[in-house]
Every structure is written in C-alpha cells, then in structure tokens.
Ligand binder design. Structure first.
Ligand code: PA5
Length: 467
C-alpha cells in the first residue's frame, strides 16, 4: 500500500523558498516543543472525551457488518437515497461521493450506476425541498435522517415534512423508508427511533459532527453508493500510523499543524484549500467546516480571550486560477494556500490535433488533459512561491477510498494538533449556539421566551442605512 501513501511538501512555506514572509528554520525549531506537547496530549487522550473519532478506523467491525447489510437492503429496495442532515452530517457524505463516484452519478443509467441515486439535502430552502420532491418518488426513496444532537431544527424540519408525506403515501409502512443516524441517548431523534421503530445507527458520544465522516454518518451513505468503506477505514488507519511519532519530520499532520500555527502567528489568518481535481472539490467544503468550526474560538482553555482561528476558503484548480489567484499572488500576505495534487487521474483525454496554422494553440495538440492540469498546478505553485506567499502541497497518488481515507484522517489529526497548540477547545462550537437559540425564540419554542424578549429589545435599525 506504500505506493498509495499521501505526500506532504512544505518547501514553499519556508523562507528559503519564498523569502521574508516565509518560515525560518529557527521559527520551526522554536515550535517543536509545542508540537511535541500537542502530540503527547493527543496520544494520551485519544479515544476519550470528544476524541472518540480517533478510534473509528479500529473499533467498527460489527458496525461495518451491519452497515453493509442495511446498505444491501437499501440498494435492493430503493431507487433513491436521500440524506437529511446539515454541517458534519452532510459535508462528509457530499465530499466522499464526489471523490469516489462518477461525477454525474445520478444521471448514469440504472445499469451503470448500479445503486440508488443520491441526494444530500443540507438546507431548509423551500425551493430546494420542492425541487427534490419534483424528481423523486418518496415511496421509492430511503431517507437517512442524520443528527447527532437529535435536535437540529433544520434536520428535524426536513424529517417532519418527509415523514408526513411518507405516512400519507404508505401508512404504517412509512417507517421502512426512514433510517435514523443519531446519538444513543441524547436528543429527540432517538426518542422517535424508539416510538416509531425506525432502523437506526448510532453516532458514538466522542464523535462530534465535523469528525463523524468515518462513522455511520458517512459510511452508510457511502456503502449504499457502492463505495468500499473498509478500504476507506484502512486508509484512515494507514494515516494514523504515518502520524504516530512526535517528530514533526516523521508526522505529516503534526508538521502541517506546526506550519499553520506559525503562519497564524505571522498574521496568515486565511487558509485556502485548492484541490486540482474536481473529484476533490467538495473536500474543500468539508475542510472549511472542520478547520473553521474547530479552531475559531474566542477563549482558550484558561478562559483568556484569544480570538483564535484561521478563515478557511475554498478554491478549485484550475478554475479559480481565473478568479482568485490574482489576489493570492499579488494581494496581502495573509494566507496559506494548500494545493491538493493528484499523481494519476483515473482517466485521460488526449488533446486533438487542429489549429495547425496557429502555433499559440497548436502547441497543446498531442498533450493530454492530465499533462495540462498537472502543468497548471505546478505553474501556479511556482507563481505563488515567486510572489513570496506561503503554500504547501498534499499529493494523492490516485483518488480512491484508501487515499481519501488517509486525507480525511490527516485533516482530523491536523485539526486536533493545531487546536492543542492553540490551547483551545477544538471540539465545541459555542459560537453556533446564539443563532440557533435566536431561531428557536423567533419560532416560539417553549423555554425561549426570555431570548424572544431579548431579541424584541434589540436596537432598531436606522432607516438611513437601508437604501
Ligand atoms: O460539528 C458539529 O458538531 C456541527 O457542525 C454539526 O455537525 C451540525 O451543527 C449538525 O449537528 P447535528 O448533527 O447535531 O444535527
């Protein structure tokens, strides 16, 4: 499997390569003790508290068996599989499906697709719900309601609408079209599992939403769409092994965390993820939640106000070379760019002959699209380096379950290490609560009367600023 090992190249983070805005060897050496502390903290606490996700590659044999059985049942019985969830319950499934399966999976013929169509509904836009209902027959659809807390309004709204439709169409048999994925004992969805008799999978306590792709949250949907979930978990375990030493030169996730930590200290408060592969496009969305929600914290573990975090931004190579790269090369020194590169794309297309009289076009002929995209990635890496901006590159030998498993686990580890280095709680999200509570108050949830009063008393808007 070593030929499928991910590679991290941090050369272009360093002052040697990019000059005064880069990281010096002395700066890197200075954070080595902090990185080692973060490593030790993780090593000692892994598998406990909110770090249950770290054991998912190893402790799911029974769960995987059950997932494969249920997936086989879904594949045989249903034409569509719809995920109802948001945040960590949706971004991983979307990213994995895009990475592994055909880019127009739903449009393939039934024979070629060889499984249900997949829809991941992660919003409460009524137009989107109506659009979904225009293209699926709920009777032929399995709905996977995913919410760890079992109380997320968006997901429970979707559940209420769909279960009502199913009951009207199928009566008592409606329960067969729902699979719930939730916490074993918290929230409302587990209560419904018990009262309605839905099939269910459990999200372990120590696995937070954004760290949940490798548990039933992501694995059921993947198995239903014929993705090899065992290989995915093997890839994660392989990355775990690659990161089993405290030495930053032998632990890529720790090296990446140390680099980002130093970069944040230098004012690089934006982290751009730029995959050079459409298959990895939505990995950037998944990363944005993981990095943003985990590290964006007002206070550290000692209660000091720190306003930590780095704003994640998604980009796509080569598409965004024609949109964002001008800013990244000539704009401020406030970013770290991560390029995701691929050694071998799963297919290739030779550029046809033509334009013999136009040398500026004809030079492309005979090359392949793979050569072109790789040349553009190298060229952009070079341009960013030449402009003195920090970047690093993670290369996947090929995009498959094993390498994507590595990538997911790499980022979960990097996030855990970076959070430990920043001295913050990586696994909570108190900043999300205010908006949630205000929504409850606005829609009249019992117990939120005081919040409603607080909202009603908010400063009136000045009409002068509404134009
Ligand atoms: O990372 C997290 O915990 C959150 O972003 C959740 O994934 C998101 O809020 C959805 O929560 P839940 O799974 O409880 O519905």
């Amino acid at each position: 499997m070593d030929e499928l090992r991910l590679r991290l190249d941090v050369n272009n983070m360093m002052a040697d390569a990019i000059g005064e805005h880069g990281i010096t060897d002395a700066e890197l050496e200075a954070v080595v003790p902090k990185a080692a502390e973060a490593f030790d903290y993780f090593a000692k606490n892994r598998g406990t508290g909110m770090m249950g996700w770290s054991e998912l590659p190893y402790n799911q044999d029974e769960v995987v068996k059950e997932l494969l059985e249920v997936a086989a049942f879904v594949r045989a019985k249903f034409k569509n599989f719809v995920v109802l969830g948001i945040g960590g319950s949706a971004l991983g499934p979307i990213a994995l499906q895009q990475a592994i399966n055909h880019m127009h999976y739903n449009e393939l013929s039934d024979q070629k697709r060889n499984g249900p169509k997949l829809y991941v509904e992660d919003n409460v836009d009524p137009e989107r719900m109506a659009a979904l209902l225009d293209v699926i027959d709920p009777k032929e659809t399995c709905f996977n309601v995913i919410t760890k807390s079992g109380s997320t309004s968006e997901t429970m709204t979707q559940y209420l609408i769909i279960f009502d439709i199913l009951k009207k169409a199928l009566g008592d048999k409606a329960v067969d079209n729902i699979i719930a994925t939730t916490s074993a004992d918290k929230g409302n969805l587990i209560k419904l599992v018990k009262s309605e008799g839905f099939r269910s999978f459990i999200i372990p306590d120590g696995v937070g939403g954004r760290f949940s792709e490798l548990c039933p949250v992501g694995l059921l949907c993947a198995a239903v769409c014929n993705i090899d979930i065992k290989k995915l978990l093997e890839g994660a375990a392989y990355m775990d092994k690659m990161c089993s030493e405290a030495d930053i030169y032998k632990n890529p996730a720790l090296m990446a965390a140390a680099m980002q930590y130093i970069a944040m200290g230098k004012g690089a408060n934006i982290s751009v993820m730029m995959p050079y592969a459409d298959s990895l496009k939505y990995m950037a969305d998944w990363y944005c939640q993981l990095w943003g929600e985990s590290l964006g914290k007002r206070v550290d573990l000692n209660g000091n106000v720190v306003y930590a975090g780095q704003t994640p931004v998604k980009a796509l190579g080569v598409t965004d070379q024609h949109s964002q790269i001008q800013l990244y090369t000539e704009g401020p020194f406030d970013k770290v760019i991560t390029f995701l590169a691929v050694d071998n794309y799963r297919t290739d297309v030779t550029i046809a002959n033509g334009c013999e009289d136009i040398a500026a076009v004809n030079f492309l002929c005979g090359h392949t699209m793979q050569e072109l995209i790789k040349a553009e990635q190298l060229a952009t890496e070079y341009a960013v380096m030449k402009s003195g901006k920090m970047s690093h590159t993670i290369t996947l030998p090929v995009v498959n379950e094993f390498t994507v498993g590595q990538l997911l686990f790499f980022y979960e580890l990097e996030t855990a290490y970076a959070g430990a280095m920043l001295g913050i709680n990586t696994f909570d999200q108190p900043g999300v609560e205010e908006g949630k509570n205000a929504t409850y108050a606005l829609l009249g949830r019992p117990g939120y009367e005081e919040k409603k009063a607080e909202l009603d008393a908010r400063p009136a808007k000045n009409s002068k600023y509404i134009i």
